[in-house]
Write a protein that binds this ligand. Sequence first.
Ligand code: KG4
Ligand code: ZN
Length: 347
Amino acid sequence: PETLTILGLESSCDDTAAAIVRQSGDKPPEILASIVHGQNELHSAFGGVVPEIAARAHAEKLDYSVEEALTTSGLTLAEIDAIAVTAGPGLIGGVLSGVMCAKGLSAGLNIPLVGVNHLAGHALTPRLTDQATYPYLMLLVSGGHCQFLIAHGPERFSRLGGTIDDAPGEAFDKTARLLGLPQPGGPSVQAEAKYGDPKAHRFPRPLLDRPGCNMSFSGLKTALLRARDAVMAEHGGLPKQARADLCAGFQAAVVDVLAEKTRRALEVYLADTPSKPLLAVAGGVAANTAIRARLETVCADHSVTFTAPPLALCTDNAAMIAYAGLERFRSGAQDDMTLSARPRWPL
Ligand code: KG4
Ligand code: ZN
C-alpha cells in the first residue's frame, strides 16, 4: 500500500487540535505534528466547560492550529492526502466548527474528507503508538467516558460494559471541588492521595458484587461529600492530613472498581483466545499512576500485555483522529459534504 498523509482535526470538547499523521505501507505510523490548544483558562471561572464559549474558541483556533501543524511538520497543504475530522460525539457547537473547517479544506483542496468517531480515535490509539494487533481490549477512562471495548477492526468494536452514571474523571473533578483542590481534579487528587491513608475512610465499591463489567461512580461522590462533612463537623475545617486521607480513600475505591471490572473484561476477551493479548488504556484518567500500576498487576496475573499511550495521546488530541481517519480511509471509507456533526454517536 502507498504512503498516506492525513491531516486530523479535533474540537469535540475543550481542546482545539490539529495533527498530521503519515504511514508508509506497513511501516509504523508517524506523528509529524500534533498541536493541542486547551481552553482551561476560558472555562475555569465557570466550574465546567461552557459549550457556547468552547464553540467560539474552536472556531477561532482551528485555522491557526492547522497552520501550526503544517509549520511543525514542514509540509504544505498540497502534500495532504485526506482530511480527517471528529464528527461526534461531543458538544455540538465544537464538533460543527471542526466539521465546517474540514469541509472547507476538503472542498478547497479537492481532497477526500473522512469523518471520525471521537471514541474510535481514543480506541485506535494503541495502534498508533504500539502497533497493537486486533483484537485488543481497551479501557477508555476520561472525564466523559468509561467503557470496556474489544477492538476487532477500525470500525468494529464490541462494548463489554461501562459506567451507568458518571465517568471516573468527573468523580475526580468533583472530589477536587469538594475538597478545595484545583481543577482538573485528577492530578490534584492523585498528588494529595500520596500522603493519605487509603484506609482512614471506607468508601463504597459500587456494583462490585454484580456480575458483568458495568460500573457506577456517582455514589462515590455522595459518600465523599458525607465523609468530608463529618470531618469538617469534627474539626471545624478540613485539616491537611484529613484531606489527603479523603483523596487516598476515594482513589483506592476507584482503583478497586476498575481493577475488578478489568479482571472480568479480560476473562471475556481471553475466551476468544487472541494471539497477542493486550489491554490498552486511554483517556485522561489513564494518566493516574495508581490506576496504571493496578491494571498492570491485573494484566500480569492473566499473562496479558499492558500498554498505556504517552500522556499527550491519552488525553484529547488530533493525532488519534488523523490516525483513525487513516485507517478508515485505507479500508475504503470516505465521506462527502453531507457529513453531519453528531452530538451522540455510540461506537
Ligand atoms: O480525556 P480527557 O482529557 O478529556 C475528556 O474527558 O474527554 O480527560 C480529562 C479527565 C479529567 O476529568 C481529569 O481530572 C482526568 O481526566 N485526569 C485524571 C488524571 N489526569 C487527568 N484523573 C485521575 N488521575 C489523573 N492523574
Ligand atoms: Zn476524549
